[in-house]
Each structure stands twice: as structure tokens, then as C-alpha cells.
Design a binder for this molecule. Structure first.
Ligand code: Q9C
Ligand code: ZN
Length: 377
């Protein structure tokens, strides 16, 4: 398996507010080091993409995709908030921009005031709450560089996956996306996510497919197996039927306000969103039951491409997860997905989402990739 990595994804280092304390975010640079170190003694091949963190180095195609999938004023906030706060004396250079006041709907019982909550405020403190839905996604000095490098890896993964097609054996590619992406929306960060890498990947697939000769409209499935529900990804595709979103996640856990089985999609997209929540404490047997259901629904959809949002916060020791998966279980899960005749064949982009036991993250990731490839070649 080719594993795409950009050193700029290691730069982002923020603080989060958790359990009444400001602390280094669980989502930290060492996560990537752990994965790289475990990959060293394997046959998987790390491909390093340099420079994607600097503004000049990014391709027009990539920038267009990010701009098409996220609000311009939100992106501008991500890019500039840290330096604006520092320049105004509101933050030390090594600090993280975190919100303190959110524009929540129930603030007004008067319906006529609800519009007040929709305009981006000019005050810098107010803006930080306008563009975020929680306090886990601080904006630090190099956050923007990592966010762009991360999304660019998703884009590069798609580019390579689609170039390799046409006759040759189609393959899977992993992108070591950090920060992760599945929680953020088009205009709000949250859950350590700033730009939605899965959304960028899906739109990149569509863009490249439209350029092929002959052009075509691909069907795509997203399988999200991070411990947390991918609210941002679900939301983006909720009313679209060409993109099926399927998620297995902890029931009633963060992000709390989404992820129930009743969320099936809307309008044209009705029936193209499948949530498979599992109670906390679930075992690998219970987990594999849900994988079976997920695979069955994806097979029905007959996608041309699969995007896998892969998190390892399902690991038994994870501080933010509550399932009981062990390292070898990741191989079993990967094999179960690949065992399907269809999913064993279709080009797949694997994106890193969560996973916070740094000491185990690399080995868990390698176990998954090994299991995945056992069914290939
Ligand atoms: N009391 C990802 O795994 N904080 N994000 C939860 C629980 C946010 C996790 C606090 C966790 C976000 C990509
Ligand atoms: Zn997660």
C-alpha cells in the first residue's frame, strides 16, 4: 500500500478545553510519528509529499476544490485568526485561538432576532465562536499549514488513484491526513477538524471523472469507522444520492447531536445515509456485525469509488472512545470489508481520522493496512 505523508501535517499543535482544563489537544503531532515509525518495518511504502504547507506550492485544482467545498469567510478565518489575535495582543504566539461565545439558536425566543446569529461578527472573540462548534479545535500558529497539507494529501490520493486506473489493477491508497476532517462543516471547525478531507476527496473524484474521456458521473460511498459520528461529512452529502454515507460509531457520544439511525438522508438523498450506532463497551463481535450491515448497504449502492474515514479511537484504551477493539481486530475489520467481491475490487482512498493512544496508533494502523492488503494481489 502507498501511504501519502506530508511533513507539514506535523506542524499543527493546539490546545483544547476539556474537563474544565486547558490542555494540549489529544490530537497531536506524535500521532503521525507513531504511524511512520510502525510503517518502517513493513512493506507499505511511505510517499512523502513536500511543501504542501506553503501557500505558493498548492495546485490550482486543489485550491479550487477547497474553495468549492467550504465558505470563503470561514477559510479566511482559519488562515488569519491566529496572527490577528497575536497582533491585537489577545493571544501569546504559542497559544491557540479558542471560542468563548457561540451563536446558539435558543439565545433568542424572539424569532425576529434569529437573523442576528447568521452574520459573521467583526469582533475577533465573537468570530472564533461563529466559526466553531466546540472548544477542541484551537487555531495555533501553524494550523493552517497543516490543514492545507492534510486536505492536499486527500486530493493527491485521489489524483494518484484515478491516474492508475484504465486497465491496470486498481489499488488503494492511504493518506495520513492530520488534522482529521469528518466533524467540521462547510463553515465550522469542531472535533479537531478544520477542513473536511473526505468531502474534498469525494469532490476531487467527481472532478477528475468529469474530465475523463468519456466523462462520467461516478457513484461514491463513504464508510466512516472512526469512533465518533462524522457529522460534517454526513451533513455535506445529506441530500445527495450519488454519494452514500455509512457510519459505525459510539451511540450518544460526541458530537452528541447527530448519528442516530433515524438520520437517513433527505430529499433526493433519502435512503443514502446510514448510521449504525453501537453502545459503549461494544466488543469486536458486535462491531463486526455492524461492518457486515455497512458492507451490504455499500454493495447495494454499487459505487465506483470508496472513501474510508478510518479512526483508531475505537481502540480499547482510547481516552475518547469506548469500544473494546484490540490491535489484531483492525486486521479482522479490514479483511471483512475487503472480503466483499465488490469492495475487494474498487479503488479506495483511506483517510486518517482519530485515534489517540499514540503508543498504539502506529501498530493499529499497520494491522489494518495488513488486513486490507491480505485480500489484494
Ligand atoms: N467529552 C476525532 O476523533 N471531544 N475527533 C470530545 C468528550 C472531541 C474527536 C469530548 C473529540 C473529537 C476526529
Ligand atoms: Zn473520533
Amino acid at each position: 500500500m502507498f501511504v501519502l505523508f506530508d511533513p507539514a501535517t506535523r506542524l499543527h499543535k493546539a490546545e483544547e478545553f476539556l474537563s474544565g482544563k486547558l490542555m494540549p489537544a489529544w490530537e497531536c503531532p506524535a500521532r503521525i510519528d507513531s504511524i511512520l515509525s510502525s510503517l518502517e518495518s513493513t512493506n507499505h511504502q511511505v510517499v512523502t509529499i513536500q511543501l504542501a504547507g506553503s501557500d505558493e506550492s498548492r495546485s490550482k485544482d486543489f485550491c479550487d476544490l477547497v474553495a468549492a467545498t467550504h465558505d470563503a469567510s470561514y477559510l479566511e478565518h482559519l488562515r488569519t485568526a491566529h496572527s490577528v489575535w497575536v497582533a491585537e495582543g489577545a493571544l501569546e504566539p504559542h497559544g491557540s485561538v479558542l471560542p468563548e461565545c457561540f451563536p446558539v439558536k435558543r439565545l433568542f425566543n424572539s424569532r425576529s432576532l434569529e437573523g442576528n446569529l447568521e452574520q459573521p461578527p467583526t469582533d475577533i472573540f465573537a468570530r472564533s465562536g461563529f466559526y466553531a462548534f466546540d472548544m477542541s479545535s484551537g487555531i495555533a500558529e501553524e494550523t493552517w499549514a497543516s490543514v492545507m497539507a492534510s486536505a492536499n494529501l486527500a486530493y493527491e490520493g485521489v489524483r494518484r488513484l484515478m491516474e492508475s486506473g484504465d486497465g491496470k489493477r486498481l489499488k488503494s491508497i492511504t493518506a495520513l491526513t492530520r488534522p482529521p476532517g469528518h466533524h467540521c462543516t462547510t463553515s465550522m471547525s469542531g472535533g479537531y477538524c478544520y477542513v473536511n478531507n473526505a468531502v474534498v476527496a469525494v469532490e476531487a473524484i467527481k472532478k477528475f471523472a468529469a474530465r475523463k474521456n468519456p466523462p462520467y458521473k461516478p457513484k461514491i460511498a463513504i464508510l466512516d469507522i472512526d469512533f465518533h459520528h462524522g457529522n460534517g461529512t454526513q451533513d455535506y452529502f445529506y441530500s445527495k444520492r450519488d454519494v452514500l454515507y455509512v457510519s459505525i460509531h459510539g451511540q450518544d457520544e460526541f458530537p452528541y447531536y447527530s448519528g442516530s439511525e433515524q438520520e437517513v438522508g433527505e430529499g433526493e438523498g433519502e435512503g443514502y445515509n446510514l448510521n449504525l450506532p453501537l453502545p459503549c463497551g461494544s466488543s469486536v463481535e458486535q462491531y463486526l456485525e455492524k461492518v457486515k450491515l455497512a458492507v451490504r448497504r455499500i454493495e447495494e449502492h454499487r459505487p465506483d469509488y470508496l472513501v474510508l474515514s478510518l479512526g483508531f479511537d475505537t481502540y480499547m484504551l482510547d481516552p475518547l472512545g469506548a469500544f473494546k477493539l484490540d490491535t489484531e481486530d483492525y486486521a479482522a475489520i479490514a479483511e471483512r470489508i475487503r472480503f466483499s467481491d465488490l469492495l475487494g475490487q474498487i479503488p479506495t482512498l483511506i483517510l486518517l481520522e482519530g485515534g489517540y493512544v499514540v503508543e498504539r496508533l502506529g501498530d493499529n494502523c499497520v494491522a489494518f493496512l495488513d488486513g486490507w492488503e491480505r485480500r489484494l494481489d
